[in-house]
Design a binder for this molecule. Structure first.
Ligand SMILES: Nc1ncnc2c1ncn2[C@@H]1O[C@H](COP(=O)(O)OP(=O)(O)OP(=O)(O)O)[C@@H](O)[C@H]1O
Ligand SMILES: [Mg+2]
Length: 293
């Protein structure tokens, strides 16, 4: 600027030109700064978008792999279910033939023992196949109004029949009035029976099992509380996995089937350790129809 002022005495036209050029140069400088700033920002944005896109691509690929695996698992499941169904018929014939042999009074003790083994093992296999088919090919619930008290009474009666009840006290908690629910009585009975049988099997030394029903936050809450061995914290996540069992003759399908039935009725099945001993399994069911196919 001092240079321009000095020149203005010698060549006024040139000085005016310089004065006009000055703001233009400043403007060009500012604009260049703004554009390069914007350029840098755009490049940063582009980099972020590119790395986000690659992350999404990896996620997409993983999901695709998972989908393919799930599809394969589904196909294997269907195949296994078909196989289980086909094995059941010849197994029935084997059990029937063993039954005929068992009725033969002249059987040698050694042969009698063999026939008993065939009978016992075919029964075990039949139970495994039935449980597996219940799990792999669940039927759609056929809903009707259910009297909850009658349902619980029937479950307790069935459980009491099926086991040696020595040392085990099975009782209903003093009933509070609960509303009727909509559901498939046979499926719900099977689900509760699985829970009660587990409770019984968890108390080889005896104890008390209490089954209760109450209305809680608009849901019907059925609880099965035992005083048994409980479940290790590390194993609690696994108990609903198919084929997880800690029992010598267990199939590990009782809880997955129960869980599935509860879900089909729009409910939730949970397991909690009791503060003193044993476990409480809770089933929260909607009081109105919420059946899932
Ligand atoms: N009330 C309970 N107390 C302690 N452990 C339990 C209880 N209920 C379930 N479990 C554990 O969860 C496992 C899985 O139970 P689930 O009913 O699915 O199979 P299972 O009883 O072993 O065999 P299945 O029911 O097919 O005869 C059991 O083996 C047992 O270890
Ligand atoms: Mg079981």
């Amino acid at each position: 600027m001092p240079d321009i002022l000095q020149t203005s005495h010698e060549s006024p036209d040139y000085a005016i030109e310089q004065i006009i050029e000055l703001p233009v140069l400043c403007l060009v400088g500012v604009l260049t700064g703004v554009f390069s700033d914007r350029d840098r920002k755009q490049r940063r944005d582009l980099q972020t978008t590119t790395s986000r896109l690659s992350e999404v691509y990896v996620e997409l690929q993983q999901n695709f792999e998972q989908m393919k695996r799930a599809e394969r698992m589904f196909a294997v499941g269907q195949l296994a279910a078909g196989l289980a169904h086909e094995i059941r018929n010849p197994l029935g014939s084997v059990a029937g033939a063993a039954g005929i042999l068992q009725r033969n009074a002249n059987l040698e003790p050694k042969h009698k023992e063999c026939v008993e083994i065939i009978n016992k093992e075919s029964q075990r296999l039949n139970r495994l196949l039935t449980d597996f088919l219940d799990f792999a090919r669940p039927r759609t619930p056929e809903c009707q109004p259910i009297d909850v008290n009658a349902l619980l009474d029937s479950v307790l009666k069935l459980a009491a029949h099926g086991i040696d009840m020595e040392g085990i006290h099975l009782r209903r908690d003093a009933g509070v009035p609960v509303p009727q629910i909509e559901g498939d009585p046979e499926m719900l009975e099977q689900m509760l029976l699985n829970l009660v049988m587990n409770a019984i099997q968890a108390m080889p030394g005896g104890g008390e099992i209490v089954v209760s029903a109450a209305l809680h936050q608009g849901k019907l809450l059925i609880r099965v509380r035992d005083q048994g061995c409980g479940i290790d914290a590390a194993l609690r996540d696994k108990i609903f996995d198919p084929f997880f069992t800690t029992k010598e003759s267990g199939t590990g399908l009782g809880l997955p089937v129960a869980h599935q039935i509860v879900e089909q009725h729009g409910g939730i099945l949970t397991a909690e350790p009791n503060p003193d001993a044993g476990m409480t399994f809770s089933v929260a069911l909607p009081t109105t129809r919420e059946v899932r196919r």
